[in-house]
Design a protein around this ligand. Structure first.
Ligand SMILES: Cc1cc2nc3c(=O)[nH]c(=O)nc-3n(C[C@H](O)[C@H](O)[C@H](O)COP(=O)(O)OP(=O)(O)OC[C@H]3O[C@@H](n4cnc5c(N)ncnc54)[C@H](O)[C@@H]3O)c2cc1C
Length: 401
């Protein structure tokens, strides 16, 4: 163990200006959580603490806690946190923005951060508190809320929590025209509801709403009952996010292991472009190189637009976050190449309606990293690069160019 430690520190010390062989893993769900010939700082084992301040209703979590564990813990205190579509993700979910099905009424995960602790890439420890107003917001706070993974290793954060309320869930399989109509309706919904869908071999959708009271419940139920579907419609009430069904096509039944990359986009409501966007998506799906490739999307809006403090999630006006999932048979380089090419084609063809990128997954190992950085951070990127030169001068953490 000592040998490993000293070799790790030696490697960090001697790392060059770019591409140091060092990765950080919290939930471990992305393709950059581990890679051959890299040291991995896996925070899952030794950063498991959670505590709750009963008066302030603030929870403190260490970096190895998954969103599912956070949700279960808070349930005991009748509180909740806007976790994403999977409880398996970890601190990376929060640090990269955190778009929850409840974000339209609760804001993004980064909007809940009250305190943040960790080590900059230069090794110095930090502990920042949420500023009281926009005027007090520092560049460091703005950078850590949405771009932390490029600048430091986060060990602990304090988060606001919300009352635990029941959730209404609508799931169904859709035809192509149903999807078009569902998206039209969802773009006119109140913030309490959000719509997410996945399109591959089939089209499956999941609408989720928070129930505040009985009046609210009948309004939401009416809206959900108006959605078209082709089969398997289920409307059900759940106690918390952890219990909701997965947004999945359930088609990963072959025995060969697959590898994949995911690219998240961001853009406005489709409105009059609805049929153009969906036709583009259908063409892309029809030529996907592997049956497990798919396109999916989740809905933003409402409170995700409220930016009371500056953060690095600059696409506050986005309404949809479509993401491209590219899959290939593990270890087959030519199939990997074909899939990555298809992903780029998807990105190019959807860019007219999705000018932004959500860096929930980063790809410093791929040629498009430069483009994903500039689409994610736009005018804010040069300042982030300046901060990186101060706080991570040896580029130990993922590169910002
Ligand atoms: C099934 C599934 C559902 C998802 N649903 C949503 C969703 O609804 N909304 C949404 O916004 N996203 C969603 N995501 C995306 C997910 O939140 C991001 O990919 C997130 O980065 C994963 O975080 P992680 O901790 O699990 O992953 P990891 O692979 O451990 O980390 C991801 C990246 O963050 C960095 N990192 C992780 N922890 C730290 C740390 N403590 N300090 C510094 N850097 C760190 C690492 O460098 C790594 O590159 C989903 C992903 C999956 C697999």
């Amino acid at each position: 163990m000592e040998d490993v430690k000293s070799a790790l520190f030696q490697s960090l010390k001697s790392s060059q200006q770019t591409s140091s062989p060092f990765l950080v893993s919290s939930g471990g769900t992305t393709s950059r959580a581990a890679a051959d010939k890299h040291w991995v700082l896996d925070l899952r084992k030794n950063y498991q603490n959670i505590s709750f301040d009963l008066d302030k209703k603030i929870v403190e979590i260490e970096a190895g806690v998954t969103m599912g564990e956070l949700s279960s813990y808070l349930k005991k205190h009748k509180r909740s946190f806007p976790i994403g579509l999977s409880g398996k993700t970890g601190m990376g979910y929060i640090l990269t923005g955190g778009i929850s099905p409840l974000s339209r009424s609760k804001g993004l995960a980064i909007d809940q951060i009250m305190e943040i602790k960790g080590f900059w890439g230069n090794g110095k420890e930090f502990h920042l508190l949420r500023p009281n107003s926009k005027n007090e917001c520092t560049f460091e706070w703005k950078a850590l809320c949405g771009a932390a993974i490029f600048l430091g290793i986060i060990t602990k954060i304090k988060l606001k929590t919300q009352p635990l309320r029941p959730l209404l869930s609508w799931t169904a399989n859709l035809s192509f025209s149903d999807l078009s109509e569902c998206i039209n309706q969802a773009e006119n919904w109140p913030n309490a509801l959000s719509f997410q869908w996945i399109y591959g071999e089939d089209i499956f959708a999941h609408a989720i709403g928070e129930v505040k009271n009985t009046d609210d419940e009948s309004i939401l139920t009416n809206l959900l009952e108006s959605l078209p579907f082709s089969r398997n419609r289920i409307i059900k009430k759940f106690n918390d996010m952890n219990s909701l069904p997965n947004l999945s096509l359930g088609n990963n039944k072959n025995n060969n292991p697959n590898h994949s990359e995911v690219l998240g986009l961001l853009g406005p409501a489709w409105q009059d472009s609805n049929s153009r966007v969906l036709k583009t998506i259908r063409d892309l799906i029809n030529k996907r190189p592997n049956k497990s490739c798919y396109l999916a999307s989740q809905q933003l809006g409402g409170l995700t637009h409220l930016n009371d403090l500056d953060t690095s999630f600059i696409h506050r006006d986005a309404i949809w976050k479509p993401w491209i999932n590219g899959t290939w048979e593990a270890y087959d380089q030519s199939k990997r190449k074909r899939t990555l090419k298809w992903m780029e084609e998807c990105w190019n063809n959807l860019e007219f309606i999705c000018p932004g990128v959500h860096l929930a997954q980063i790809h410093p190992h791929l040629a498009w990293h430069k483009k994903e950085l500039s689409s994610a951070f736009k005018d804010w990127l040069p300042k982030l690069q300046e901060l990186k030169a101060i706080y991570d001068p040896r580029n130990i953490l993922p590169p910002l160019q």
